[in-house]
Write a protein that binds this ligand. Structure first.
Ligand code: 13P
Length: 254
């Protein structure tokens, strides 16, 4: 059975003190209130990872991820953070190819494929992001865009490696806009992504891969999204910055 994962991507928000407070609240609430099977991930800025890792060590419902990584193993790359460093700070996951990194930092598929390889070599699970812009959707190019992002970023992996990857479908037009994809729109794309995986690998392998939805996920829309057959959780931005809303989204996953 594929894993259900709700991940809170804090982006560039929260001081260390604020972040520690937020994680303590989330951890206490999940311990008391959540009996479901989903894994909740905290994905804070790099600089908070080590401290948060210690804070969540005794809570099996919480895991840790990073927002980005270098494609290089080590060396003279000022300002970069390697996968081995992330691992040594307690991470199990790393987001690769978030649309903000694709757009503002020119990260392209070939480079992201290298990051995926680096993550897997360090035994970190990549959360590989894909998603179309509003213009691409309006021009009916979204299937083509997604196929390119997925095939160029992931399809060099073998049948074992691909099963370590989590895919996050985040339509760019739904990120931070309050405009969520409808459950039908999201399910259509998730099923399409799963069909790409089935064709490339096998239907059985495709069934094992977690595909998250991201883009204005809130307590009000989470349960409906999670009820869809191919939606296995969420990558949450804004609503992950408050304990109550993040925990409500986790609790929406049975
Ligand atoms: P919002 O939930 O704020 O739309 O952000 C989604 C996102 O980009 C998560 O990675």
């Amino acid at each position: 059975m594929r894993k259900k994962i709700i991940a809170g991507n804090w982006k560039m928000n929260k001081s260390l003190e604020e972040g520690m407070g937020l994680v303590s609240e989330i951890s206490n609430m999940l311990k008391d209130e959540y009996k479901g099977s989903a894994q909740a991930l905290i994905i804070p800025p790099f600089i908070h990872l080590n401290a948060i890792s210690k804070l969540i060590a005794d809570n099996p419902k919480l895991g840790l991820g990073a927002q980005n990584c270098s494609n290089h193993k080590s060396g003279a790359y000022t300002g970069e953070v390697s996968v081995d460093m992330l691992k040594s700070c307690g991470c199990s996951y790393v987001i690769i190819g978030h649309s903000e990194r694709r757009e503002y930092f020119n990260e392209h598929n070939a480079w992201l494929a290298q990051k995926v390889d680096a993550a897997l070599a360090a035994n970190l699970s990549p959360i590989y992001c894909c998603g179309e812009t509003l213009t691409e959707r309006e021009e009916n190019k979204h299937f083509e865009v997604l196929e390119k992002q997925i095939s160029e970023g992931l399809f060099h992996l073998d049948k074992i490696q691909i099963q370590q990857v989590v895919i996050a479908y985040e339509p760019v037009w739904a990120i931070g806009t309050g405009k969520t994809a409808s459950t039908a729109q999201a399910q259509e794309i998730h099923a399409f992504i799963r069909s790409l995986l089935a064709n490339k690998y096998s239907p059985e392998i495709a069934q094992e891969i977690t595909i998250q939805y991201g883009g204005s996920v809130k307590p009000e829309n989470a349960a409906e999204l999670f009820a869809a057959a191919d939606i296995d959780g969420a990558l949450v931005g804004g609503a992950a910055l408050q304990s109550r809303s993040f925990v409500e989204i986790v609790k929406a996953m049975a």
